[in-house]
Write a protein that binds this ligand. Structure first.
Ligand SMILES: Nc1nc2c(c(=O)[nH]1)N[C@H]1C(S)=C(S)[C@@H](COP(=O)(O)O)O[C@H]1N2
Ligand SMILES: [Mo]
Length: 324
């Protein structure tokens, strides 16, 4: 549990203990084999640790929720991004996200729970085992990717903070540091920083909701939301908030960044839905990346991004045109 034997948030990951580094190497060997074979090896791997940026990140199993569709090439996943803290251009995050430092990293946990506090990322991840999940990511702008994430189920992490019965929603916040995030220094930004997101508690506890700390077998690149970001595959990409520094359990529905900017265009729910068009464009299909300018790779958009078996029950009886 969250008994902080050492204040690890005070230390960079690289300085924690020599044993940990040694274990990382061993885990790399055994885990690499498990990963390649795609086998779950319960009990084989010790508690999670997070290697430094750019290093290999080992996972103990590949999730049954993974798609076997063709993955979007690594180069596209790390070069075509939305991370407005670094600019609105698709290539801005790849260019500038390196100005953000992610080590050490801590997460403040607040609100309706028994275990609030400020936790070092190591302590948040420690008891968990990483798995790989190959998910579709569907941006509201009508492009999509297939990304092999590595991380832990969101529910497993949230449960450890012991949310109480008043916790109806969970709120997430991205780092706000204008010195490291150049668009937060801009006077022309439309976003009221920090970037904020939220889920209804039952959505957050759904088996598909995931916290990613890696992709393509390595720690997650900064432009993709290092060191830890949300992945909610049945919702438009903007729900999948990056570089999380705060988690708050609350009774009221949180205000979320895109809803605050344009409430008629971006709702709180933001479930992928080809039947409900964006006011300015159709959501019936999407460009699956890589997609040529002259011959776009169009695919039909699926309701709940194809994850209806896992999540449709969450919205039974709700009018998804109203709760978009
Ligand atoms: N903090 C923060 N998180 C964010 C965004 C952002 O601008 N800032 N963009 C969102 C949008 S619109 C999408 S589509 C995904 C893109 O994730 P990717 O760049 O890893 O593909 O991140 C989401 N998370
Ligand atoms: Mo997006």
């Amino acid at each position: 549990m969250f008994i902080n034997k050492r204040p690890s948030w005070a230390l960079p990951h690289s300085l924690v203990t020599p044993e940990r580094i040694y274990l990382d190497r061993r885990r790399f060997m055994s885990g690499a084999m498990a990963g390649v074979a795609g086998l779950a090896v319960p009990g084989l791997l010790p508690a999670a640790a997070l290697p430094e940026q750019g290093e290999s990140l080992v996972f103990s199993s590949t999730s049954r929720f993974s798609t076997d569709e063709e993955k979007t090439p690594y180069e596209d996943v790390i070069r075509y991004n939305n991370f407005y803290e670094f600019g609105t251009g698709k290539d801005d995050p790849a260019r500038y996200a390196d100005e953000m430092s992610v080590d050490p990293w801590s997460i403040a946990v607040e609100g309706e729970c028994e275990k609030p506090g400020v936790y070092g990322l190591e302590d948040v991840l420690e008891p968990h085992r990483y798995e790989e999940r190959v998910y579709r990511l569907r941006c509201v702008e009508a492009w999509s990717m297939v990304i092999p994430w590595i991380g832990v189920p969101l529910a497993e992490v949230l449960e450890r903070f012991e949310p109480n019965s008043k916790a109806k929603y969970v709120y997430f916040e991205t780092l706000h540091d204008p010195e490291q995030m150049r668009a937060q220094r801009s006077m022309f930004s439309t976003i009221d920083w920090p970037y904020q997101e939220g889920l209804r508690m039952d959505e957050a506890m759904n088996e598909l909701a995931f916290l990613a700390v890696g992709l393509y077998g390595k720690t997650i690149p900064k432009q993709n939301g290092a060191p830890i970001r949300l992945v909610v595959p049945w919702k438009y990409g903007f729900k999948s908030i990056k570089s999380i520094v705060k988690i708050r359990f609350q009774e009221e529905r949180p205000k979320t960044t895109w809803e605050m900017i344009a409430p008629r265009e971006y709702g709180f729910y933001a479930n992928v839905n080809p039947e409900v068009d964006h006011p300015r464009w159709s959501q019936k299909r999407e460009r699956r990346l890589p997609s040529g300018l002259l011959s776009p790779n169009w695919v039909e958009t699926e309701k709940f991004n194809g994850y209806g078996d896992q999540v449709a029950h969450l919205y039974e009886g709700m009018d998804l045109r109203k709760f978009y």
